[in-house]
Design a protein. Structure first.
Length: 258
């Protein structure tokens, strides 16, 4: 165990363990951009665990036929559960005083609960997150039960595996980690933030002031912060109504229930 780890580090550092039979998916993800910087700065840690390393089969097989029949193969429970227990043991060894709100387990699944900004913020409060990626026809259902996992879908469509979906999840969750973003206002002034009432973000512009006769709105150039804020709120609402009217309808339905 690293003796330099102190109480504060154990309680604030976020650790994400990804269980996947295709670890190469994550090479670029963890070595570029804000994720890479956060890892280097000690804000977070990402580990990739391959269930094949825990397979008892001489060929490292991790899938088998589906009971009851059906097309395709299913990821077996035991290799994933062994990888899961290994991740838990390694975390407890390295961060023995991480405190409460320690672990959340997520399984990426097309049949899971729909992921959104609120879920990302809630998940970000956990010190340790284990993300399990499915492949083929999915994962033996007992994995979710035995790990008390939260099954999450990133949309009403099907992917070949959970790796890309897990990257989307992690990217969204990490933005809520302390010290992940250089400017915290970036988080409060974007689509689905509380600042914009869970709607979409307003249009934004940079230099030059005009392109092909399309000019930046004058109100954004005048320096009057109240007028700028009013314009942004109005245009955030207009954009939401144009692209995602369901968000406005959902909010209206909630108010009527309240």
């Amino acid at each position: 165990m690293n003796k330099k780890l102190n109480v504060q580090t154990c309680r604030t550092k976020r650790v994400i363990d990804i269980i996947s039979i295709m670890p190469e998916y994550f090479t670029s993800f963890i070595n570029t951009g804000l994720i890479s910087r956060a890892i280097k700065n000690g804000v977070m840690e990402i580990n990739i665990i391959n269930p094949r390393d825990f397979s008892k089969d001489k060929h490292k097989r991790v899938d088998d036929k589906i009971y009851g029949g059906g097309a395709g193969q299913l990821l077996m429970a035991y290799p994933i559960l062994e990888a899961y227990e290994s991740a838990k043991a390694e975390y407890e060894l390295k961060y023995p005083i991480a405190g409460e709100n320690n672990l959340i387990t997520v399984i990426m699944s097309a049949s899971g609960k729909l992921f959104n900004s609120k879920a990302a913020k809630e998940i970000s409060s956990y010190n340790h997150m284990i993300v399990i990626c499915g492949r083929y026809e999915g994962i033996d259902a007992r994995v979710a039960e035995l790990t008390s996992a939260l099954e999450i879908s990133i949309g009403d469509f099907v992917l070949s595996g959970g790796e890309i979906a897990s990257i989307v999840l992690i990217e969204a969750v990490c933005r809520y980690f302390e010290n992940f973003l250089g400017n915290f206002e970036s988080l409060t002034e974007e689509s689905f933030s509380e600042e914009y009432k869970s709607g979409l973000e307003y249009p934004q512009y940079t230099k030059p002031r005009a392109i092909n006769n399309l000019a930046v709105p004058e109100v954004l150039l005048g320096g009057n912060h109240k007028l700028i804020n009013d314009w942004r709120l109005d245009n955030a609402f207009k954009k939401t109504m144009e692209n995602r009217p369901d968000l406005v309808n959902r909010k209206a339905d909630k108010k009527s229930v309240d």
